[in-house]
Ligand binder design. Structure first.
Ligand SMILES: Cc1ncc(COP(=O)(O)O)c(C=O)c1O
Length: 425
């Protein structure tokens, strides 16, 4: 079989940058995967890795959970795409709403990006207002409404992070610092053309940043007072923080929720749902347009049903195990780094964590940017060399899965020890 190096040379000639999503690249070239099972991925070069990237959080149950694979195989014998409704879609929507009571009505889509795009369009259609507010460092997918960072000139006015996007679109996305309620409040006092506030209730796309006490509650209160649609983007936190996501974990009810990733545990499916009066704006009965050939396809929907049923069935073991393993791992890594006198902070919650090489607390984009990226690169490379794969960026999160065993954790701690020794140099 071809080596990763050879495959990357071929890939570069036919695929822009050699990869199909930017964060998958790291120098000199990424390993190419041969197969995966449970907590492990094997590459084409004969190496294997304990996987803590976990498809950026999608694989809550690990690679190839047997219940889901069996259900998908059964569905494959019945058809893969009908573009006509099925009982499966009704079943999955009922299951999701059972776990997420704020999602009174649901549309199934394919990706998190589609879900957030639809949520925002719905909020604009519902409120008849134009602008939205997002928080700096939150990621909500690769479309123009949200691919926006804080503008340097005018405070709050967003600038696209991508060439090819329209300023006319990004200037309607206002950007506020995460955990800065006063900034949010003063913006809402000044501007009465805000349709929605969209937020990752726990920010998992800037490393990991936790909401400070009352931040989400205050956001809920003010958006209710001002009739602004509050969108919880739970593409990462959904099913990961609890069977009912971050909204259950923090007891906050958003108006609209987006789910993805763990909803399908490795199959492409996402959902957007919320209050009936908002969701009923969707066409054909409503005037907000949303459509997709593959939305609700029976393969992904079967995977979704199987995932939700499995996560619900396992919940009394699943969440305590994930939380305990994560807490143990974080405390071991913290001890190692402290013993080696490496300045660091670790943010963690439920089954997610990230280390930042900095002396200061990481609470928002500016504080996350202060951490030492060269040290992080050394950590990533050291872990990879020692058989542990995490996402190759400081601005991503380490995700545990149900498949990680006690032995895996021991191996992981040993790998962190070796990698931190290199960081220290
Ligand atoms: C919080 C959040 N929202 C939305 C998305 C976009 O999801 P997708 O990549 O499935 O389009 C992501 C992807 O990482 C995400 O982390």
């Amino acid at each position: 079989m071809a080596s990763s190096k050879n495959l990357f040379t071929r890939a570069k000639k036919i695929i822009p940058s050699g990869i199909n999503s930017p964060v998958r690249y790291y120098p000199p070239y990424p390993f190419f995967v041969k197969k995966a099972k449970g907590s492990v991925m094997w590459d084409v070069d004969g190496k294997n890795y304990l996987d803590y990237c976990n498809a950026y959080g999608a694989l809550l149950l690990g690679h190839r959970p047997k219940e889901i694979i069996a259900d998908v195989k059964k569905q494959m014998d019945r058809g893969t795409l009908y573009c006509a409704p099925t009982e499966l879609e009704v079943n999955l929507s009922e299951l999701i709403s059972g776990n997420y009571p704020s999602m009174e009505k649901i549309r199934l889509v394919n990706t998190g990006s589609e879900a957030t795009m639809t949520a925002i369009r719905l909020a604009r259609g519902f409120t008849k207002k134009k602008k939205i507010i997002k928080f700096e460092g939150c990621y909500h997918g690769a479309h123009d409404y949200v691919l926006v960072k804080a503008g340097s000139g005018a405070a709050h006015i967003g600038m696209s992070v991508s060439e090819g996007s329209l300023d006319e679109v990004s200037k309607n996305t206002l950007v506020v610092q995460y955990n800065n309620f006063h900034e949010l409040q003063s913006l809402l006092e000044q501007d009465d053309d805000i349709a929605a506030v969209i937020v990752e209730p726990v920010l998992a796309n800037m490393g990991l940043v936790l909401p400070e006490k009352d931040f989400l509650n205050d956001m809920r209160k003010i958006t209710l007072e001002k009739n602004i649609v509050l969108i919880f983007d739970e593409v990462v936190t959904g099913f990961r923080m609890s069977p009912g996501g971050a909204q259950k974990y923090f007891s906050i009810k958003p108006d609209v929720t987006t789910l993805g990733k763990a909803l399908g545990n490795g199959f492409p499916i996402a959902a957007v749902g919320g209050k009936t009066e908002i969701m009923d704006m969707l066409s054909p009965e409503g005037k907000v347009y949303q459509a997709s050939t593959y939305a609700g396809n029976p393969i992904s929907v079967s995977a979704g049903i199987s995932s939700v049923k499995t996560m619900n069935k396992l919940k009394s073991k699943l969440y305590p195990k994930l939380e305990k393993n994560c807490a143990n791992l974080v405390s071991a890594i913290h001890d190692l780094a402290s013993d080696m006198k490496i300045p660091h902070r670790i943010n963690s919650i439920s089954s997610m964590f990230q280390i930042f090489f900095t002396d200061d607390a990481v609470v928002d984009y500016s504080s996350a940017k202060k951490s030492d990226m060269i040290k992080f690169k050394k950590l990533f490379e050291g872990l990879l060399k020692n058989g542990v794969f995490i996402a190759p960026s400081q601005f991503e999160t380490v995700f545990l899965s149900y498949a990680h065993s006690k032995d895996d954790l021991k191996e992981t701690i040993a790998a962190y020890e070796k990698a931190l020794q290199v960081v220290k140099q």
